[in-house]
Ligand binder design. Structure first.
Ligand code: CP3
Length: 347
């Protein structure tokens, strides 16, 4: 086994790096023909129970793009599905619950996660991967709010009406729900790290639906606990959300080592909002990648020159790769980020 490259991990810690590391959220997935060929029919929740297959899907983008990190092929609803909450992922739709969470009695459907019994195949996939990879493996979990939004709405939502109604009308149940989902995330992440994941990302994809007051009051404490409880694991902790420009300061207060930034906020502005501590990850608009190479090159250069070679930057998209993206664009983007930042140059 070759030594694992530390560039991504060093950038997460704000240390100097020989070039800016790059990986892509949803780098494994429908934009890759080799993924579509392997994936066939059936729920992703079935695929992730097959360690050899899940490991192969995780490796596909690493081989093709030469990215500086791999991300485990799994999903944010895998832990709650594994304890029997009753949720599936419908292709083209997303997570759909058999029965929504809509009363305190539903807390009984969210028992403590026992990773060794409930999802031993996740650790097995991680172990296969760390034996194969020459770059770090990122483990991940959904943040309490984002997972709650699927359980309470019962399916993907635009306005989060039910979730916000629960939060504002029955705070005891809301905080109990946040607490259970925080514990599930911590146990899931700790098991991934124990099996060999070298960093973790907490996806609070939909936290940007909240105003800063509600975020701080109803969500930040649980997310902060997830980040804090993982401190002892000794791996960088990345916190990511979409449309979270107004929440970046609060994201930094969780103690995350890296804060994800989407394309709506320039990284220089994000830096002022998070302060000097955390590294930043982002922030090319995935729709620009889907638009082709010329716009992608122009935007990527602008992002890199805005950062100006400052340490503590992990290049990524501002959200996941869109299925219509030409994989050749992403391959060229990895080359460009590496070339432009080698030796500290930014132009
Ligand atoms: O490459 C990677 O980033 C790793 C794999 C990964 C998946 N889901 C695989 C997946 C990761 C990190 C996730 C996390 C996830 N799942 C998030 C947070 C990231 C984000 O996008 O904000 C969210 C919100 C989900 C919930 C979810 N799962 C949605 C909205 C969908 C899309 C449904 C669809 O078909 O359009 C999924 C399904 C899913 N998860 C797919 C993949 C590759 C696509 C469907 C499939 O192949 O069956």
């Amino acid at each position: 086994m070759a030594a694992t490259s530390r560039v991504f991990l060093d950038a997460c810690r704000g240390r100097p790096v020989p070039f800016t590391p790059v990986w892509f959220m949803r780098q494994a997935g429908r934009s890759l023909p080799e993924y579509r060929a392997l994936r066939k029919e059936g729920s992703i929740l079935e695929v992730v129970r097959r360690p050899e297959l899940a490991a192969e899907i995780t490796l596909q983008p690493v081989r093709r793009y030469g990215v500086d990190a791999a991300i485990l092929y799994s999903d944010i609803v895998v832990p709650v599905a594994s304890i029997g909450f009753g949720v599936d992922i419908v292709p083209g739709v997303g997570p759909v619950a058999e029965r929504r969470f809509d009363s305190p009695a539903d807390l009984g459907r969210l028992r403590c996660l026992e990773p060794d019994e409930d999802l031993p195949w996740v650790a097995e996939t991680v172990r296969i991967l760390v034996g194969e990879l020459q770059v770090p493996l990122i483990g991940f979990a959904g943040a309490p709010f984002t997972v709650a939004s699927y359980l309470v709405e019962g399916r993907p939502s635009r306005d989060y009406v039910r979730t916000k109604a629960l939060m504002h009308s029955d705070q005891a149940t809301w905080f109990a729900l946040m607490d259970r989902l925080a514990s599930i995330a911590v146990r899931s992440l700790a098991a991934q790290v124990a099996a060999g994941a070298a960093a973790v990302q907490v996806f609070d994809s939909w936290a940007g639906a909240l105003d800063p007051d509600d975020y701080r009051r109803f969500v930040l404490p649980a997310t902060k606990r997830v980040i804090g409880d993982l401190e002892g694991c000794g791996v960088p902790r990345i916190l990511f959300g979409v449309g979270t420009g107004e929440l970046l300061g609060a994201f930094a207060e969780t103690g995350a080592d890296v804060v994800g930034v989407d394309w709506r906020v320039p990284l220089e502005v994000a830096r002022r909002r998070v302060g000097p501590g955390p590294a930043l990850q982002g922030n090319l608009d995935p729709a620009v990648c889907a638009a082709g190479w010329d716009p992608t090159r122009a935007k990527a250069r602008a992002i890199l020159s805005g950062v100006g070679g400052a340490p503590g930057h992990v290049f990524n998209l501002g959200h996941g790769v869109l299925p219509e993206t030409d994989p050749a664009v992403l391959g060229r983007l990895v080359e460009l980020v590496h070339e432009q930042t080698t030796g500290g140059g930014t132009t």
